[in-house]
Design a protein around this ligand. Sequence first.
Ligand SMILES: [Zn+2]
Length: 481
Amino acid sequence: MKIIAAKFVLEANENVPMRCDIENVAFDFGDKCIAAMQLGNATHDSDLQLIPLLSANAGSSGVMTYNCFRYIETRILDGIRSHLSDLDGIYLHLHGASYVETIGSGDFHILKEIRNLVGPYVPVAVACDPHGNLCKEYVEQCTLIRSYRESPHTDIEQTNEFVLNELKDIIRHRQNIHAIYRKLPMILGGEQSVSSDEPVKTINRHLDELQKDPKIRSCSWHVGYIRHDCDEAGCGIVVVPQTQQDTEYCETVADQLAQYVFDKRHEFHYTGLTADPDKALQMVLQSEEKPNFITDSGDNVTSGATGANTTILRQVLAQNTQKKILFASIHDDNTFTRLADTKTGQQTDIQLGADYNELSAPVPLTVEVIKKAPQLGTSMFGEYGTQGYGEGILVHVISTNIDIIVASSNHPFVERQQVRQFGIDWFDYDITVVKCGYAFPELVKDGNVAVMSLTEGATLQDTSRLPFKRILRPMYPIDNI
Ligand SMILES: [Zn+2]
């Protein structure tokens, strides 16, 4: 059987000044993109001819330019067109939270164009992030769509493997089925839906139980994405029937599952330690053990923020503390370029801060350049090597105990190996400040205290303060339903 595979991933935050263009996307083509696709053992069948087209990983960024999206979409559609005569199915790894100038959701657009090309019956299976948005038309165009269960996403490979295996099964035993969708009138931030915590833990257990039913091929719930205003924002659930005869049954299951999740709406909460910025800093400063971590949740680059804010740096400088502190990282293109021209070991005066607004206001510093290095990919997101993730320059701030990785991109630091790339280790610091929302698994594992600081910024945590105009109303928790 012949299956075409493609990956396109973008979380598009419209509250940042940058646009996502070609240079912000990590591309792999042909056989080289197999590793980035994280398909596990699903590619090993002797009768499977998998044709990997491309992996376009834009991570979290701003709204994508039309031209950049057109390039990606055209590569996918051209690849499908050239195999149209003997193609058995299409596997897509999408995110669901892309947003493109003049188009809106890129994910929806790709599916629509694929259906225009192949018609309604060719099996199309989609593996996706739970932090993507859905709509009825999009879901129903998928033969199967299934999100990762875990947040942080420790089960990406497992999910992709499941989806590709199901696609092979659908091709071997053809069924006229499609995914069934229910929209929920509730909107959630990712930081309130951590899967090691309730109510997500119980919801995931329930989904696994449901899936044991031989009439149900797959079911999943989707948190949604809240960093651009669009009518599809909000939570949803998906159920995929095993056979055509199971469709009516699964429609009922979908209604029940939607109600099941909606009934838990009051149970969602932040996971782990969360505090206002002043309190959060005091918590880590008072910690006797190391390492400790603060996540700058208003400037969460894993949800598309720029990572340029200097608010916690200014907060720390005002403390005059002797604690050893690392910022991993602060994104500032101009300062990065300036430092790139400064030799290692030399001192120089910089104004660190991209100055997009008062949150990223420049801070005058005298620094010594310690080490320059390309940033490492994160293994949990299937990123390998150092291509396409930007670079960093480790500097020491003179007359302080502060070190900063000044970055040329908003690529996230979520793994210890990424810090070690700069010849340092977060175990050597009392406090490491990262540009994330919830603390990722290694921070939780290594951290004595790991606290989410409720800072202002493009990824503000307080959902009720977000200025949505286009979403379904009433919507919990904006409306009291
Ligand atoms: Zn996600």
